[in-house]
Design a protein. Structure first.
Lengths: 250, 442
């Protein structure tokens, strides 16, 4: 069995005549924390949307744990062990915080479309949901509608929903965007803790977060990978500095 | 508002055991007791007869409560706006009529008490067929498909005489003599009690459904279908199951309809009946489980009682709908729930005076509006029917400008004062909410 959690082979994506992703090939090794960086419009989020099945590929092949997943609908890819968060917070706003994480658990705990289990009586499920709430430090918000949480709390909740199903591979799209420094530090600690032993791929703009968290950094510029390697190597690379860090770094 | 919900109020709320069960379900048992007792309040002891009008109205309320609740399984719980829900009500009714006729004819045996289940199964089967098509889509596309299905089935009801009986519909006889209780089901009070029993069962089942994985994921797909996909669910299958089960309960309501009226015609599947479900559900409140029940009670009351008093009762239903959508999108249930935090803080009494100040101009404005509508109605339909507009013995001439002037004056002045008092009420309300929040923080 291959060592790659995700393997992209010559992936292309165009919106109409406009190419966005132009031949990306990338191996993401199982268990590593992999950051994808690049200037705005480089196609980072599009790449996530292709991997997670939110958008169909134009050309190429994507494997998850050695199995081809391109062309599968999003929920099928999720069931194969890949989960993701969104750049714009995506939660269930009218449901309580507890219900949100419990929904994240349902499929993976085998409830499928059941209309004969009463949720209140499923003690194993509810214990797991309570545990998850504790993991993302939201116990005090348990019964509040999720739409009323603060922004940083909603991001934490989304991470909770994302990891709930026990996916082995987790994609996080800008998990600390829009946060204050201290909120971002909390979020990084949370991500580090809850993705222990999983493969983590994240898009991130905050370089301190990237160099703090990532084992491998891939630089995407105009739909192509221009460099991929350990953070120190990327930081030192001349090509990366020219293409990206030199202009984007403060 | 919802921020106060997070703070524990002055009244302790039991969360476990019998006390919590009583607190959560008490209103339902109370409603059941009232439903069982009400016919006897209107019982004519001198002639030893039930009031036919009251029993008919209560029967209608009860079956419409099931119908509206089943509609809300799609609308409120799954976020699916359907314009064709009557299809499952009506087809359930047709199936029931044929089943009754078959039992009567000796083709097979079925206790009368279980006959509404035939409607339910009929509704379920058709909801599986039509739901397979409709639930592939959501939002506007879903609404359009249900509209199409409604029109399609209405057209079929007039084309295929063997099953639908054409314009005359299918008549039947509920006295099939197979009751397990030994009831004849001749007297409508017996049918009423059967309806109440089925309503209790259907309400309990639909409430339990909201607490299952499917019910919860229906809420999730309503809130954010994309997120639902990324926790492993196929939103179109969630919609499909929810739609099919909703059709089952609508079919039960249709079965009860057939038992009550002993005839099913094409208007049970038609657009007006679907609109009825939407109206009851929306006016009652889509956000709370019990909302559609309140809507069903109110709308049936308007349909059967106000329609006796006025030709223009539909105008009042229409205006009520617009007013609710504009000013209280949460419906009656939403308005009631807004008061809960105040009640828990023990401050509800503080609203008595502000409410009283709203009441007087409110009544005046409504009286003015009703007067104008009735004047219009008597000028046209009333005149054609040769009726005179009588108000507590006083005959009002719709040709006379005085009556119109009084109506306009009441509506204008009442409306103006109501508007000003409304602003004052809102200020009082907000001050009270602030006060409770401050109290909870201290």
């Amino acid at each position: 069995m291959s060592e790659a959690a995700i393997r992209l082979s010559d992936v292309h994506k165009s919106f109409g005549p406009t190419p966005i992703i132009m031949g990306v090939s990338l191996d993401i090794t199982r268990g590593e924390r992999h950051a994808i960086i690049g200037p705005n419009g480089a196609g980072k989020t599009t790449l996530f949307n292709l991997i997670s099945g939110r958008l169909p590929l134009s050309r190429g092949r994507i494997e998850l744990d050695g199995q081809a997943i391109d062309g599968l609908p999003a929920h099928r890819i999720n069931r194969l062990g890949l989960s993701r968060s969104f750049q714009i917070t995506s939660i269930f706003p009218r449901m309580t915080v507890f219900e949100n994480v419990r929904c994240g658990l349902l499929w993976s705990m085998g409830y499928r479309y059941s209309f004969w289990h009463l949720l209140g009586r499923e003690s194993r499920l509810n214990a797991a949901a309570e545990q998850l709430l504790a993991d993302v430090n939201l116990e005090s918000r348990r019964d509040l509608p999720a739409g009323l949480l603060s922004y940083a709390e909603q991001r934490a909740l989304e991470i909770g929903i994302t990891i709930a199903g026990g996916a082995r591979t987790v994609l996080l799209d800008e998990p600390t965007a829009g946060m204050s420094r201290s909120e971002a530090n909390h979020a990084v600690a949370l991500i580090r803790r809850v993705t222990e032993g999983k493969t983590l791929v994240m898009v991130e703009h905050d370089m301190s977060v990237v160099f703090d968290l990532a084992d491998v950094v891939t630089v995407l510029v105009y739909g192509q990978v221009i460099a991929s390697g350990p953070p120190a190597e990327i930081r030192a690379s001349r090509a990366v500095q020219d293409a990206y860090l030199g202009t984007a770094a403060h | 508002m919802s921020e106060i919900l997070a703070h524990p109020g002055a009244r302790p709320v039991p969360t476990t055991g019998a006390a919590a069960f009583a607190r959560r379900h008490g209103p339902w048992f109370l409603a059941l007791a009232v439903a069982l007792a009400l016919p006897w309040l209107f019982y004519d002891w001198s002639r030893a007869r039930h009031s036919g009008f009251v029993v008919a109205m209560l029967s209608q309320m009860s079956m419409m409560a099931i119908f509206a609740l089943s509609y809300n399984m799609q609308m409120g719980q799954a976020g699916l706006l359907s314009f064709g829900h009557a299809v499952f009500f009506g087809l359930g009714g047709y199936c029931t009529a044929h089943a009754l006729n078959a039992v009567k004819g000796g083709s097979f045996w079925l206790p009368t008490e279980l006959v509404p289940l035939v409607g339910g199964v009929g509704g379920l089967v058709f909801a599986i067929v039509f739901g397979y098509v409709a639930t592939k889509q959501r939002a506007t596309a879903f609404a359009m498909i249900t509209l199409g299905i409604g029109e399609l089935v209405t057209a079929c009801a007039l084309m295929f005489h063997t099953f639908f009986g054409g314009e005359g519909g299918v008549s039947t006889n509920r006295m099939i003599g197979t009751s397990l209780l030994g009831w004849s089901y001749g007297p409508s009070i017996q049918v009423y009690y059967l309806i109440v029993a089925w309503t209790a069962i259907a309400v309990a089942l639909m409430m339990l459904l909201t607490r299952t994985p499917l019910g919860r994921m229906a809420n999730a797909c309503r809130d954010n279908f994309e997120r639902a996909q990324f926790v492993g669910y196929d939103p179109s299958i969630v919609r499909f199951f929810q739609f099919a089960l909703s059709g089952f309960f609508a079919g039960i309501a249709g079965g009860l309809y057939t038992l009550t009226y002993e005839i099913v015609t094409f208007d049970t599947v038609a657009g007006a009946m679907s609109a009825n479900a939407l109206l009851m559900t929306y006016i009652g409140g889509v956000g709370a489980f019990a909302g559609p029940v309140l809507g069903a009670v109110l709308i049936v009351l308007l349909q059967s009682w106000v329609s006796l008093l006025s030709n223009s009762w539909l105008v009042y239903v229409g205006v009520l709908f617009i007013v609710m959508v504009t000013f209280a999108p949460g419906g009656i249930a939403g308005i009631l729930l807004m008061h809960e935090p105040l009640w828990r803080a023990g401050r509800l009494g503080r609203l008595a005076v502000p409410y009283a100040r709203l009441l007087a101009p409110g009544v005046i404005a409504v009286a003015g509006f009703v007067l104008l509508v009735e004047l219009c109605s008597f000028l046209t339909i009333g005149a054609a029917q040769g009726k005179a507009f009588k108000l507590s013995g006083l005959t009002i001439d719709p040709q006379h400008p005085g009556a119109w002037l009084i109506g306009a004056l009441l509506l204008g002045a009442g409306g103006l004062v109501l508007w000003r008092e409304g602003r004052r009420f809102r200020a009082a309300w907000e001050a009270l909410v602030e006060e409770i929040k401050a109290g909870a923080r201290a």
